[in-house]
Design a protein. Structure first.
Length: 324
């Protein structure tokens, strides 16, 4: 693994910060239910190193287990090897907590995990789907959505959706790899409809920005219209140059979840330019220390623009290629 793989950019800190804000609000709002479930389908590690500060940051498993009031039942999913290490470490750190790590591809272990949790199919449930690009399958999202007993609000979903990674994975000369990646995208969406916007981009009918927006829109549209969620929100994470990296898509049936995440997205939008500016300043200070030079002017320092603030817009009808 390269240093870059093991270190996180400021956007990861921002994402984990949003999770750390949401979960206590979720458990507080669910206090009458007395039991809450947290599912983390791509759990990762207990901690990692910030690329900005060089310090350790808690990974999502610790963020979840540190939430107060506490989540009652914590179920994590990781690939074999890392899963066992993670479970051993968390059991040592959090004795007495009801936690378990399922080892294997979460798209396969999800059936057993949800079967094991049937007794809780009435309890408020939050599922983090923190994939890299297109590892989650639509049928897994559908199983999460179908987990709760009829009449209960569905499990809330918080999905990392990396719209800019998708066209990137479809580039290059390796046709087999491109075909395999296209199949994975289709499995993630549960439909080939994403190809309409992609084809429009290839033909020059959509800009790069337009394609990313349509890809994220289609995912939200499907979550609302196919899985039946009442509302979705999307918050776009940006790198230090202000380029979009991925969106965090939130889906809920619950008024409280909708209100709380809308508020958190609004605050995150307000803070994003400042966090970016701090990350840029630290990168610049590192460079100066390394190279022994003083950079007097850095055009990368972003400006705070009111248009960066979060506004909820419902998804539109998915893009269709013009006929003919
Ligand atoms: C982006 S990291 C997760 C970071 C973590 N959620 C956090 O914020 O602290 C993705 C993790 O998913 C794991 N992973 C990848 N494919 C998986 C799969 N199909 N099933 C379960 N875990 C998977 C990887 O091993 C990696 O640790």
């Amino acid at each position: 693994m390269s240093r870059r793989d093991r270190t996180w950019g400021y956007w990861t800190e921002q994402k984990l910060g949003m999770l750390a804000e949401y979960l206590p609000a979720f458990t507080t709002a669910s206090q009458r239910a007395r039991t809450t479930l947290y599912l983390d389908l791509f759990a990762g590690d207990v901690a990692n190193t910030s690329r900005v500060t060089g310090q350790e940051i808690d990974g999502s498993p610790r963020v979840a287990l540190n939430a107060t009031p506490p989540l009652s039942v914590v179920r994590l999913f990781e690939l074999p090897g890392q899963a066992e290490r993670l479970e051993a470490q968390l059991r040592a750190e959090y004795p007495g907590r009801d936690l378990r790590v399922y080892a294997g591809d979460c798209n396969q272990t999800i059936d057993q995990a949800l079967a094991d949790l049937t007794q809780y199919n009435w309890a408020p449930t939050f599922a983090l789907v923190d994939q890299y690009a297109a590892e989650i399958r639509w049928d897994t999202l559908a199983k999460l959505a179908a987990f709760k007993r009829l009449g209960k609000p569905k499990a809330e979903l918080w999905l990392l959706f990396a719209a800019s990674m998708l066209p990137r994975g479809l580039g290059g000369d390796d046709l087999d790899a491109i075909a395999a990646f296209a199949d994975r995208i289709t499995e993630m969406y549960g439909t080939r409809d994403w190809r309409e916007a992609y084809e429009a981009r290839v033909r020059g009918l959509l800009s790069g920005r337009g394609l990313r927006d349509e890809l994220a829109n289609l995912m939200r549209w499907r979550i609302e219209n196919d899985l039946g969620y009442r509302v979705t929100h999307a918050f776009e994470m940006k790198n230090t140059r202000g380029m979009p990296l991925y969106s965090m898509i939130f889906a809920t049936d619950h008024d409280a979840g909708n209100k709380i995440m809308r508020h958190i997205y609004g605050r995150a939008a307000e803070r994003q330019p400042q966090m970016r500016a701090e990350a840029v300043a630290r990168i610049q200070a590192d460079r100066e220390a390394r190279e022994g030079t003083l950079v007097l002017f850095d055009p990368l320092v972003p400006q705070v623009k009111p248009m960066d603030l979060y506004v909820h817009v419902p998804p539109n009808e998915p893009y269709r290629l013009p006929k003919g």
